[in-house]
Every structure is written in structure tokens, then in C-alpha cells.
Design a protein around this ligand. Structure first.
Ligand SMILES: [Zn+2]
Length: 115
């Protein structure tokens, strides 16, 4: 389900009004960044979305979140109703030191289980 205005407000509070990527203040100019890009099957749902500056969102482009970003995301979502999309959990729980291709494979398999 797409992010509702209520979800966005809660995200803003939980991120402390800061951009997920650069930690700078973002406020009302925040854009929705999909941690697993929609172009690659990421869902448009709060469980896959963070608030970010437009420029940080664009700079991130279509890569997967790093381990450090996943750790921060999981910390933000601990006991939050906004939740975590299972493929993000699969990615975090994947092999340490996996290369980008292996990480994409992990995500693809987890997304297949969601359908
Ligand atoms: Zn930013």
C-alpha cells in the first residue's frame, strides 16, 4: 500500500526530521526513497520506504541499500508499525561479504516468496 500522509508524518518523527542518507534536516521537502528500487520490483509501501532529500534519493539511484543503511533502517523500524519488508530482512541476513550479484539474487528470491 502506498505511503499515506499519516505514514509520512510518522516516518518524519521517527527519522527526527532528517534525511535517511545524509542525516541533514529535510522536513517538508522530503521525497520517498524506495530501499529496494521500484524499477527492480521493490514495493511502494512504508515497509520499503524512507524519507530523503531529492538529491540524496537521486544520488542513491538504483543500488541496493548497504549493510550500514540496513542496520539503520532496522533500528528505526524496531517496534514501529511502519514495518520492514521481508526482502530487506533477507538482504540483511544474507551472507556477509556477498558481492552485489549475490545480494541481488537474495533479494530476487525473497521477492519471489512474497508473491
Ligand atoms: Zn540528504
Amino acid at each position: 500500500m502506498p505511503v499515506t500522509p499519516d505514514d509520512a508524518r510518522l516516518m518524519d518523527v521517527q527519522q527526527g526530521g532528517r534525511c535517511f542518507f545524509c542525516d541533514g534536516p529535510v522536513g517538508a521537502k522530503a521525497t520517498f526513497d524506495h530501499l529496494i528500487p521500484q524499477a527492480y520490483g521493490g514495493i511502494d509501501d512504508p515497509a520499503n520506504v524512507v524519507l530523503a532529500h531529492r538529491r540524496c534519493n537521486q544520488r542513491k539511484d538504483d543500488r541496493l541499500p548497504t549493510d550500514e543503511e540496513l542496520d539503520r533502517f532496522f533500528a528505526l523500524r524496531r517496534s514501529s508499525r511502519l514495518g520492514v519488508w521481508p526482502p530487506l530482512r533477507a538482504l540483511r541476513d544474507g551472507d556477509e561479504g556477498a558481492d552485489e550479484e549475490e545480494r541481488w539474487m537474495t533479494v530476487a528470491q525473497a521477492m519471489a516468496r512474497e508473491r
